[in-house]
Design a protein around this ligand. Sequence first.
Ligand code: IDP
Ligand code: MG
Length: 161
Amino acid sequence: MIQRTLVLLKPDAVQRCFCGELIARFERVGLKIVGMKMVWVSAEQSKKHYSAHVKKDFYPGLEKFITQGPVVAMVLEGVDSVEVVRKLVGSTEPKTALPGTIRGDYAHVSLQHANEKGTVAANLIHASGNAEEAKYEVSLWFKPEELHSYKTVHDIQTILE
Ligand code: IDP
Ligand code: MG
Protein backbone atom coordinates (compact mmCIF):
# COMPACT_ATOMS: atom_id res chain seq x y z
CA MET A 1 0.00 0.00 0.00
CA ILE A 2 1.33 3.47 -0.91
CA GLN A 3 1.44 5.56 2.27
CA ARG A 4 2.60 8.96 3.43
CA THR A 5 4.50 9.39 6.69
CA LEU A 6 5.88 12.34 8.63
CA VAL A 7 9.60 12.70 9.34
CA LEU A 8 11.23 15.46 11.39
CA LEU A 9 14.96 16.06 11.40
CA LYS A 10 15.08 17.20 15.03
CA PRO A 11 17.10 20.22 16.23
CA ASP A 12 20.14 18.05 17.08
CA ALA A 13 20.32 16.82 13.46
CA VAL A 14 20.00 20.36 12.09
CA GLN A 15 22.64 21.71 14.52
CA ARG A 16 25.05 18.87 13.70
CA CYS A 17 24.81 19.91 10.03
CA PHE A 18 24.06 16.61 8.38
CA CYS A 19 20.48 17.07 7.21
CA GLY A 20 21.63 16.23 3.69
CA GLU A 21 23.15 12.90 4.76
CA LEU A 22 19.97 11.90 6.56
CA ILE A 23 17.65 12.93 3.73
CA ALA A 24 19.88 10.96 1.33
CA ARG A 25 19.21 7.77 3.30
CA PHE A 26 15.48 8.10 2.64
CA GLU A 27 15.96 9.10 -1.00
CA ARG A 28 18.31 6.25 -1.81
CA VAL A 29 15.75 3.56 -0.87
CA GLY A 30 13.35 5.20 -3.33
CA LEU A 31 11.05 7.06 -0.95
CA LYS A 32 9.54 10.18 -2.50
CA ILE A 33 9.70 13.55 -0.74
CA VAL A 34 6.23 15.04 -1.26
CA GLY A 35 6.56 17.93 1.23
CA MET A 36 9.48 19.62 2.99
CA LYS A 37 10.06 22.77 5.08
CA MET A 38 12.07 24.19 8.01
CA VAL A 39 10.02 25.06 11.10
CA TRP A 40 10.89 26.42 14.54
CA VAL A 41 8.49 24.39 16.68
CA SER A 42 6.33 26.27 19.22
CA ALA A 43 5.42 24.87 22.64
CA GLU A 44 1.82 24.62 21.39
CA GLN A 45 2.84 22.59 18.30
CA SER A 46 5.03 20.36 20.48
CA LYS A 47 2.05 19.56 22.75
CA LYS A 48 -0.11 18.70 19.71
CA HIS A 49 2.62 16.63 18.07
CA TYR A 50 3.51 14.76 21.28
CA SER A 51 -0.07 14.61 22.64
CA ALA A 52 0.47 10.95 23.63
CA HIS A 53 3.44 11.97 25.83
CA VAL A 54 2.31 15.29 27.33
CA LYS A 55 1.54 13.78 30.74
CA LYS A 56 4.76 11.74 30.97
CA ASP A 57 7.65 12.63 33.27
CA PHE A 58 10.03 13.19 30.34
CA TYR A 59 7.67 15.57 28.46
CA PRO A 60 9.09 18.88 29.83
CA GLY A 61 12.58 17.82 28.67
CA LEU A 62 11.16 16.69 25.33
CA GLU A 63 9.44 20.04 24.74
CA LYS A 64 12.61 21.93 25.68
CA PHE A 65 14.57 19.76 23.25
CA ILE A 66 12.22 19.98 20.25
CA THR A 67 11.70 23.77 20.61
CA GLN A 68 15.41 24.65 21.02
CA GLY A 69 15.96 25.27 17.30
CA PRO A 70 14.45 24.63 13.89
CA VAL A 71 13.53 21.21 12.56
CA VAL A 72 13.22 20.04 8.96
CA ALA A 73 9.77 18.55 8.42
CA MET A 74 9.15 16.15 5.54
CA VAL A 75 6.42 13.93 4.22
CA LEU A 76 7.75 10.76 2.59
CA GLU A 77 5.67 8.64 0.26
CA GLY A 78 6.23 5.02 -0.70
CA VAL A 79 5.10 1.43 -0.27
CA ASP A 80 4.39 0.86 3.45
CA SER A 81 6.46 3.98 4.09
CA VAL A 82 5.53 4.20 7.80
CA GLU A 83 7.16 0.84 8.51
CA VAL A 84 10.05 1.35 6.09
CA VAL A 85 10.97 4.75 7.56
CA ARG A 86 10.84 3.38 11.13
CA LYS A 87 13.20 0.58 10.01
CA LEU A 88 15.68 3.12 8.61
CA VAL A 89 15.40 5.32 11.73
CA GLY A 90 15.89 2.52 14.31
CA SER A 91 14.64 2.14 17.86
CA THR A 92 13.94 5.10 20.15
CA GLU A 93 16.97 4.65 22.40
CA PRO A 94 20.23 5.42 20.57
CA LYS A 95 22.12 3.00 22.87
CA THR A 96 20.10 0.03 21.58
CA ALA A 97 19.41 1.25 18.02
CA LEU A 98 21.20 -1.11 15.62
CA PRO A 99 24.17 -0.05 13.50
CA GLY A 100 22.97 0.79 10.00
CA THR A 101 19.99 2.70 11.38
CA ILE A 102 20.14 6.49 11.65
CA ARG A 103 19.84 6.50 15.45
CA GLY A 104 22.36 3.64 15.75
CA ASP A 105 24.88 5.27 13.42
CA TYR A 106 24.71 8.88 14.66
CA ALA A 107 24.01 8.67 18.42
CA HIS A 108 24.70 6.36 21.37
CA VAL A 109 23.15 7.73 24.59
CA SER A 110 20.83 5.62 26.80
CA LEU A 111 17.36 6.72 27.94
CA GLN A 112 18.47 6.03 31.52
CA HIS A 113 21.33 8.50 31.17
CA ALA A 114 19.00 11.10 29.62
CA ASN A 115 16.41 10.58 32.37
CA GLU A 116 19.06 11.01 35.07
CA LYS A 117 20.06 14.31 33.44
CA GLY A 118 16.40 15.43 33.20
CA THR A 119 16.62 15.57 29.41
CA VAL A 120 15.82 13.36 26.42
CA ALA A 121 18.23 11.24 24.45
CA ALA A 122 18.94 13.32 21.35
CA ASN A 123 17.91 10.82 18.69
CA LEU A 124 17.95 12.98 15.55
CA ILE A 125 14.70 11.96 13.90
CA HIS A 126 10.99 11.74 14.49
CA ALA A 127 9.03 9.30 12.35
CA SER A 128 5.33 8.47 12.61
CA GLY A 129 4.84 5.24 14.54
CA ASN A 130 1.82 3.80 12.69
CA ALA A 131 -0.66 4.61 9.93
CA GLU A 132 -3.06 6.44 12.24
CA GLU A 133 -0.28 8.57 13.74
CA ALA A 134 1.00 9.33 10.23
CA LYS A 135 -2.39 10.61 9.09
CA TYR A 136 -2.71 12.88 12.13
CA GLU A 137 0.88 14.14 11.94
CA VAL A 138 0.90 14.83 8.20
CA SER A 139 -2.21 17.00 8.61
CA LEU A 140 -0.76 18.68 11.74
CA TRP A 141 2.43 19.74 9.93
CA PHE A 142 1.36 20.29 6.31
CA LYS A 143 -1.52 21.99 4.54
CA PRO A 144 -2.88 20.02 1.56
CA GLU A 145 -1.41 22.58 -0.86
CA GLU A 146 2.07 22.06 0.63
CA LEU A 147 2.06 18.39 -0.50
CA HIS A 148 2.91 17.55 -4.09
CA SER A 149 2.11 14.70 -6.47
CA TYR A 150 4.75 14.06 -9.12
CA LYS A 151 6.64 11.17 -10.68
CA THR A 152 10.13 10.04 -9.72
CA VAL A 153 12.32 7.65 -11.75
CA HIS A 154 10.91 4.86 -9.60
CA ASP A 155 7.39 5.62 -10.81
CA ILE A 156 8.64 5.88 -14.38
CA GLN A 157 10.35 2.48 -14.01
CA THR A 158 6.98 1.28 -12.63
CA ILE A 159 8.57 0.01 -9.40
CA LEU A 160 5.86 1.76 -7.40
CA GLU A 161 2.93 1.40 -9.75
P1 IDP B 1 9.80 7.49 18.92
O1 IDP B 1 10.39 8.85 18.64
O2 IDP B 1 10.78 6.39 18.63
O3 IDP B 1 8.46 7.26 18.26
P2 IDP B 1 8.33 7.82 21.42
O4 IDP B 1 8.13 6.75 22.44
O5 IDP B 1 7.15 8.22 20.60
O6 IDP B 1 9.57 7.40 20.51
O7 IDP B 1 8.89 9.09 22.20
C1 IDP B 1 9.02 10.35 21.57
C2 IDP B 1 10.38 10.92 21.91
O8 IDP B 1 10.44 11.16 23.32
C3 IDP B 1 11.57 9.99 21.63
O9 IDP B 1 12.03 10.07 20.30
C4 IDP B 1 12.60 10.48 22.62
O10 IDP B 1 13.25 11.66 22.12
C5 IDP B 1 11.74 10.87 23.82
N1 IDP B 1 11.61 9.79 24.81
C6 IDP B 1 10.85 8.67 24.73
N2 IDP B 1 10.95 7.94 25.84
C7 IDP B 1 11.78 8.61 26.66
C8 IDP B 1 12.28 8.35 28.00
O11 IDP B 1 11.99 7.36 28.65
N3 IDP B 1 13.14 9.29 28.49
C9 IDP B 1 13.51 10.40 27.79
N4 IDP B 1 13.06 10.66 26.57
C10 IDP B 1 12.21 9.79 26.00
MG1 MG C 1 6.55 8.01 18.66
